[in-house]
Structure formats: structure tokens, C-alpha cells
Write a protein that binds this ligand. Structure first.
Ligand code: ATP
Length: 593
């Protein structure tokens, strides 16, 4: 077989594999690279359209970011070198929003316009499916995607190679450099060139990041490495918050701490102080100024919460029923919070049981944070991990207590491994000052080995979100703030109505996903019903399979386009009226807003 015959047959095999995948038939894994197959699965989960590209226009890119400024001269140089070739150079931010595209070749340029690979559009996997930009950013690694490996059909004549660009100090991914050309012209050099260019941009970034920021970053990272606590770093341009700060503190508490840190900025000596936070919690702060070769660089604050929520609740006449880092006051949710708080205080090992995404792990972490202030919380994933992978972290936690071990998805640990875990706990648990929590699916306690169950005498049922749906009101600002949009975005009453009406089969995780999609289309201002994804127009009580979801979304979009006129929507979709009526009922579609 000649080389070109060989590559033709590989392309045919890939095209067949893609078709089989789209028809939910079994795919021969030898014909598709593992990274690509994993990305196809994610694309399906995101319900990406496979027959066309339809991606949102997000915003006009900001040319004044450090990334855009550093990349400019590098891209100029590369564009000169590639001027005779049909290659497009693309720069995106870390969310796959296209910031810049440079193409000398007119026909490639026209094609890229057609598939919306253009400034202002998002090429995230969740909108476009497998591609060199979104897939590289999803995996945080250099990735090339060729021809039929793309999820969307009309990208199959292209090849693209994307390489994430990292901040020189924090290592955080700031964006991505992508080279795109016709599939027929692509070879391994495409990825090599993309890597070299991304590297040049990183070097340029290093030169441009100010010495002050470097000093502040280094001090912040040192503080984060030193322990498990809350760490903030600030200067006049920059705010950094570690994961603990985001998990343990309500948005209002975060804002109050930051304000206090900014107040302390003038001080050139270490300071310690206590402060009351808006939630009623009390925190102890230690502030250290940071200096650089060119003067003061800002300050780093480490904080510790001093009081348990139940103490606070008693003091405030029950105003504060929750646990740190969680929101919600629905009766069932509050009962679960109280129960787990009590078990954590008594170090009574507990199983939390509930639907996916209902907040089992969040509840365990919060109870730990409330009781074991400053001690480590080890989360051991039990689903799909190598046999025995749980053992070293569990033994270490038992040996080193006090602290908490969360056995996440314990019901998915194979039976033999459960018995081995029970044996380790029999041997080492008695002396350990450790609290253990397991998370299991609804009914998952029945999957636990009897010897293992004996170690978990308490259990807490975590309610599905539809049983405390009123908490959606509080969860929205909380989750938006986790998504970096805290005070910038608010829900209109009509959009809130839709969100309160949903059944949320995927619980808080689904709500978070919905808001993640919203912040792609609306970055600030008021969220209106039309900003919400189609799933919010339905009240279906079960989790739909991916094909059903695709169909449901298409029907919702078509109904919205037809102003609710079912005949017109059916006609646009090539369906009969009877079919669309049946499907509207089956999927619980309701487009009134
Ligand atoms: N009441 C709440 N307040 C704030 N955040 C919440 C709350 N409940 C859930 N979350 C958030 O929702 C997401 C899903 O929660 P979590 O991972 O705890 O669910 P889970 O039940 O353990 O899920 P799974 O079984 O799928 O692993 C997390 O981001 C969590 O922080």
C-alpha cells in the first residue's frame, strides 16, 4: 500500500468510526486515538451538534490583556514566515474565546469565517465538540486534531494544532496558540511549530510580567503551599484567592476579607487581627506585606475561621443554619446540614447518600471545615481507580490525624477492595483521631460490604435539589461567584422563574453547568430567559440520554424561533404536528417565560 493509499484508508476508518459513534454503535478503539474518543464522549455529553458548527459570539476581544500584548510581536513574526502558506494562526483566551486570527490565504480565511473560527466566537469543546482549541484546553495539553477526528462534520477538511500558553509564574493557563490548515496539507510539523510559537509567547510574557507581580505571586504561592488554610493576595491591580477561600467563605465574606486586606496595604509590617464576617463567622487574619526590587508589591493574608456554625447559630437565634462554604435554608437541606455537623463533632463515621450532584461531597467538606478547623481533609476517590490506590492516602490520614477522610463514591469500590478497606480500618482506626465520611449514590448503602458498613454507623440523606428548590435563589449568586461573575450578573425575575420551575435531575452540578453556559453568552448585567440553555425550558423528571437531549434542545430552539407556534416549529424540523405535540409532552417542554 502506498503512503497516500495508507492515509486514505486510515481516514476512511476514522470517518466510519465517527459515524458509528454518532449512531451510538460500538467503535473500534484501534481506529481512534484515546484522547479523541474521550473528547467525542465529552462532546456528546455537551450535546454538541455533529452536523454543523453553531457557537456563540461571546464578546469583542480585549486587545489590551497581557496575553494579547505579549503574543502580538511573536504572531507578527510567524505571520511573515507563513505568508505563502495556507495556515491560519489563532490566539484564544483560556475559555477558548478566539482573540485573534491571522490568515493570508483567502480561501482558508473564507472557510474559517463560515465555521465561525473567528475573533469573538468561542471554540470551546462544549459548543464545537472535538477541535484543536477546545480539546487542548480541556486536557490542558498540546493537541492536534486531524480531519474526521473533529466532532462537527464541516471541520473535517481542516487540521488544527493547539498548545496552551501558561503564566510564567503561576503556571495557570492563560490562553492557547492554534495553527489551522487544510487537512490535506497537515503533518507532524504543525504541532511542532505551534509548540515553538507558544513557547516564544511564554518567554515574551515572562519579560512583560512586572517584577512586583512576580514577587507577589511567589509570596502567595509560598503561603498556599504552607498549609490548608484560606489565602488571599492583593495589590492595587491584582486579587488572588485560593480554593479554600472560595469553598469556605460565602461571597459576602470573601468581599469583606478582601476589603480588610486592601485596607492593610499601606502597612509595611506583619499584622494580626480578628474580624467579624457578614455571615456572622469570626476570622483571624495575619497580614504580611510583600516587597520587590522596585518597591512594595502588595500583601498576603492568611485567614482562619474561629467559630463553628452551630455556636454562631445559637448566638444569632438560629439565623445561620448552614455550614461554611454552603448556601441554602430549605428544610431538608438544613436537616442534612445539622445532622452531618453533629456527626462530625462527635467523630461518628457517616455515609452521605443522595443523587449525583446533590452536594454530598460539599456537605462532607463543609462539616469538616466547621469542626476540624485547619486540619487536613483527604478526599479518596473510590470509583474507577486502580486496585489499592486508596490505601496509601487512607493509611497516611489514619496515622497522621486529626483530620477527615472522605471516601468518595464508596459504593463503586469493587467488593474485594471494600473488604480490604474494612481490614485496614479494623487494624488502624481505633487509635486514629480521624473522622470518616463516605459518599454513595441513592440506595448505594446496599452495595457496601457488611464489614465495611460497620465502620459507618451514621447516615445522612442528602436531598435532591428539587426537594429544596427554593435554595436555587441563594445558589445562583453563590455559583456565579465561583464562576468568577459574582456581583457582575443577576437573574431577571422571569429567568429566575424558569430556574425555579426546573426539576434539576442533575441537581446542583446541573445548575452550575447551566450557569457556566450562561456566563459564556452574558458576561455582565441581567440574565434573561433567552440567555438560559434550552434544558431550562423543560420540566422532565429524568436525566435524558444524549440523543434525547439533542432532540429536546432542537425542539426548544425551533419553538422559540417560531414564537411558540408548534406547526411552524414542526415544519422547520421536518416533523409532523402530531410528533412535535407528543415530544413536547414527553420532554416536558414549556417555553412560556
Ligand atoms: N448547598 C450548596 N451550597 C453551595 N454549593 C453547593 C451546594 N450543594 C452543592 N454544591 C456544589 O455543587 C457541586 C456538586 O456537589 P458535590 O460534588 O458535593 O455533589 P455530590 O453529590 O458529591 O456529587 P457526585 O455524587 O456526582 O460526585 C459542587 O460544586 C458543590 O460545591
Amino acid at each position: 500500500m502506498t503512503d497516500s493509499a495508507g492515509s486514505r484508508s486510515r481516514a476512511d476508518g476514522l470517518a466510519t468510526a465517527r459515524e458509528r459513534f454518532l449512531c451510538t454503535e460500538e467503535v473500534d478503539s484501534a481506529s481512534v486515538r484515546t484522547t479523541i474518543l474521550a473528547s467525542w464522549w465529552r462532546s456528546r455529553t455537551h450535546r454538541v451538534a455533529a452536523d454543523h458548527v453553531h457557537t456563540p459570539f461571546v464578546a469583542d476581544p480585549d486587545p489590551e490583556t497581557p496575553l494579547a500584548r505579549s503574543a502580538g510581536p511573536v504572531l507578527d513574526g510567524l505571520q511573515d514566515k507563513l505568508s505563502d502558506l495556507a495556515v491560519s494562526v489563532v490566539l484564544t483566551d483560556d475559555s477558548s474565546l478566539v482573540l485573534e486570527r491571522r490568515t493570508e490565504d483567502r480561501s482558508l480565511e473564507r472557510y474559517l469565517d463560515r465555521v465561525q473560527l473567528a475573533p469573538g466566537f468561542s471554540y470551546a469543546e462544549e459548543f464545537v465538540g472535538t477541535n484543536g482549541i477546545g480539546t487542548a484546553l480541556e486536557g490542558r495539553q498540546a493537541t492536534a486534531v486531524f480531519g474526521h477526528e473533529h466532532y462537527a462534520e464541516n471541520l473535517d477538511s481542516l487540521a488544527c494544532a493547539g498548545v496552551p500558553i501558561r503564566h510564567p509564574v503561576s503556571g495557570q493557563v492563560l490562553g492557547l496558540l492554534d495553527l489551522t490548515c487544510w487537512r490535506k496539507d497537515a503533518g507532524p510539523l504543525l504541532l511542532a511549530l505551534a509548540k515553538a510559537t507558544a513557547h516564544d509567547i511564554e518567554t515574551e510574557l515572562t519579560n512583560q510580567v512586572g517584577l512586583r507581580e512576580l514577587s507577589l505571586f511567589s509570596a502567595y504561592l509560598r503561603a498556599c503551599r504552607r498549609g490548608q488554610g484560606i489565602v488571599l493576595a492583593v495589590n492595587s491591580d491584582l486579587v488572588m484567592l485560593n480554593d479554600h477561600a472560595r469553598q469556605l467563605l460565602a461571597p459576602a465574606d470573601q468581599a469583606a476579607l478582601l476589603a480588610r486586606a486592601v485596607d492593610a496595604l499601606g502597612s509595611d509590617a506583619d499584622r494580626s487581627l480578628s474580624m467579624d464576617l457578614p455571615s456572622g463567622a469570626r476570622a483571624r487574619l495575619s497580614y504580611s506585606p510583600v516587597s520587590s526590587d522596585v518597591g512594595p508589591a502588595g500583601g498576603v493574608v492568611r485567614a482562619r475561621l474561629l467559630q463553628e456554625p452551630e455556636v454562631l447559630a445559637a448566638q444569632s437565634g438560629g439565623r445561620q443554619p448552614g455550614l461554611p462554604g454552603l448556601v441554602g435554608r430549605g428544610a431538608l437541606w438544613t436537616r442534612a446540614c445539622h445532622a452531618i455537623g453533629r456527626y462530625a463533632r462527635d467523630r461518628r463515621w457517616t455515609v452521605t447518600e443522595g443523587e449525583p450532584g446533590s452536594g454530598k461531597l460539599a456537605l462532607a467538606r463543609a462539616a469538616h471545615a466547621a469542626v476540624e478547623v485547619g486540619a487536613p481533609c483527604e478526599v479518596v476517590e473510590c470509583a474507577g481507580t486502580a486496585p489499592g490506590a486508596w490505601e496509601p492516602p487512607v493509611r497516611r490520614a489514619l496515622r497522621e490525624g486529626p483530620g477527615t477522610v472522605v471516601f468518595r463514591h464508596l459504593d463503586l469500590l469493587p467488593r474485594a477492595q471494600q473488604r480490604a478497606l474494612a481490614a485496614v480500618l479494623d487494624e488502624a482506626r481505633d487509635d486514629a483521631r480521624v473522622w470518616g465520611v463516605a459518599t454513595v449514590a441513592e440506595g448505594g448503602q446496599e452495595e457496601l460490604d457488611a464489614d465495611l458498613m460497620r465502620h459507618f454507623p451514621a447516615s445522612v440523606v442528602v436531598p435532591p435539589l428539587r426537594h429544596h428548590v427554593e435554595d436555587v435563589r441563594a445558589l445562583i449568586p453563590f455559583l456565579l461567584s465561583q464562576l468568577g461573575k459574582g456581583p457582575l450578573l443577576h437573574c431577571s425575575p422571569a429567568a429566575l422563574q424558569l430556574l425555579l420551575r426546573s426539576e434539576w435531575p442533575g441537581n446542583v452540578t446541573q445548575l452550575r453547568e447551566v450557569l457556566r453556559k450562561v456566563v459564556y453568552v452574558r458576561r455582565a448585567g441581567v440574565i434573561e430567559p433567552e440567555d438560559l440553555p434550552p434544558e431550562c425550558r423543560t420540566v422532565v423528571k429524568r436525566v435524558l440520554n444524549p440523543l434525547e437531549s439533542l432532540e429536546r434542545d432542537a425542539i426548544v430552539r425551533s419553538l422559540v424561533d417560531a414564537d411558540g407556534n408548534k406547526s411552524r416549529a414542526a415544519h422547520a424540523l421536518g416533523m409532523s404536528r402530531a410528533t412535535i405535540y407528543r415530544k413536547i409532552r414527553d420532554y416536558g417542554i414549556d417555553i412560556r417565560s
